[in-house]
Structures are given as structure tokens and as C-alpha cells.
Write a new protein. Structure first.
Length: 204
């Protein structure tokens, strides 16, 4: 924990963090996704806690807390006393930083657990960072394991000659994702987290 955040041994850690957030503050991004029980890609062990607040509220500054500020906030969801962004906002927040394949995993899990597809579609049309990636709309986890056969099926449905070399684009997407060491390096750099010396060569 960090300065100003205290908890007893069996208290909920997010409830403790919530005490340093302003009244409209809530958890978002991968912090909220984990709390919602979504299936997540392999994550670094030292991710910060992600929160969102209003621009009208003072920004809490704590080590281990990453805060985004918004002129307009959607209503929160309350999960066992913890304030979270609604699912569409959580996905939009994650889409700013995650690679396409990681977002596939997250979106598929959210929909399987009852996230409102209509609200996600509305969020994806907003002029905000992450919206274009969310508009891609992929949901099936099979794309992680059946990329070549999916490409072949798409070629057949379009009546075009199958060209396996087109899968190179997908492999580049995979290298950007958290399912590859290079993807971990990419995310750590994007979030300003320290990059282990052994990862520098991988992330180049």
C-alpha cells in the first residue's frame, strides 16, 4: 500500500484505495476489469491501480495509482462497495493501451459475462482514445489459435485466392499483445513502468 492508504489484513484492497479517491472517483481500465471477473491476458505483476476522476476534482497523487481525468463521467457501477466504471467505459479505457489481441480477449469475456453490447457500440463511436480499436468488434478467443484457418475461411467467403502470407499481419498483432514478451515490454513503456534489462532487446 502507499501513503494515506491503510487496511487491515482481511479488508478489501480496492476499498482502501477508494478512500483516497474524490467523491466521483471510480476504478477503471484493467483494475475494474479484474474486479468484474473478466478473463484477462497475461499481465505484468506490478501494474498500477487505474482510476478515473472528474476534471473538477483534485487529483490524488499516490505511488501505485494512475489517474485519468474526464470532463464528463458516466454513472458508476457498485460492486461489493467498490465504485467501478461501467463495462463500456472500462473497455474504452483499456483500448487506449492494450494491443488488438488483448482487447479481443477482454471484449469476448465482457460480453460472455453480460456486458451491454449496445453500450459498447455507443462508446466505440465516441471521439476518444481507444474508440477505433474498440470498433474492430472482434470477440472470439479462437482467433488466438486458429488464425490461419480463419484467414482461409475469410478468403473462401470473399471468393479470393487464399494467400497464407497475409497471416504475417496477424503475427505482428500477436507480437504486440501481452501473449508475447515483446508485448509486455510495449505496455510497460506505454505506462511508464520500469523495463527489466533482459526485456530491452525483446522490445526493440
Amino acid at each position: 500500500m502507499t501513503r494515506g492508504v491503510h487496511r487491515t489484513e482481511d479488508a478489501d484492497e480496492l476499498l482502501a484505495w477508494q478512500m483516497v479517491l474524490p467523491a466521483l472517483g471510480r476504478f477503471t481500465h484493467l483494475t475494474a476489469a479484474a474486479r468484474l471477473g473478466w478473463w484477462l491476458p497475461p499481465l505484468p505483476s506490478d501494474l498500477p491501480v487505474f482510476a478515473a476522476i472528474s476534471t473538477a476534482e483534485p487529483r490524488p497523487r499516490r505511488r501505485g495509482l494512475r489517474v485519468s481525468r474526464h470532463a464528463q463521467l458516466e454513472p458508476t457501477s457498485l460492486v461489493e462497495g467498490v465504485r467501478l466504471d461501467q463495462s463500456a467505459e472500462v473497455l474504452l479505457s483499456c483500448a487506449r493501451d492494450l494491443a488488438l489481441i488483448d482487447l479481443v480477449v477482454l471484449l469476448d469475456s465482457a460480453l460472455r459475462q453480460g456486458a451491454d453490447r449496445g453500450a459498447i457500440d455507443v462508446a466505440s463511436r465516441r471521439w476518444r482514445p481507444g474508440a477505433p480499436a474498440l470498433r474492430r468488434g472482434y470477440t472470439d478467443i479462437d482467433v488466438l489459435h486458429r488464425s490461419v484457418s480463419i484467414l482461409r475461411d475469410a478468403d473462401l467467403s470473399l471468393g479470393r485466392e487464399h494467400d497464407p502470407s497475409r497471416i504475417r499481419t496477424w503475427h505482428r498483432e500477436l507480437a504486440e499483445s501481452l501473449f508475447a514478451p515483446s508485448g509486455h515490454t510495449r505496455l510497460r513503456r506505454r505506462l511508464g513502468l520500469p523495463v527489466p534489462a533482459s526485456a530491452h532487446a525483446v522490445g526493440r
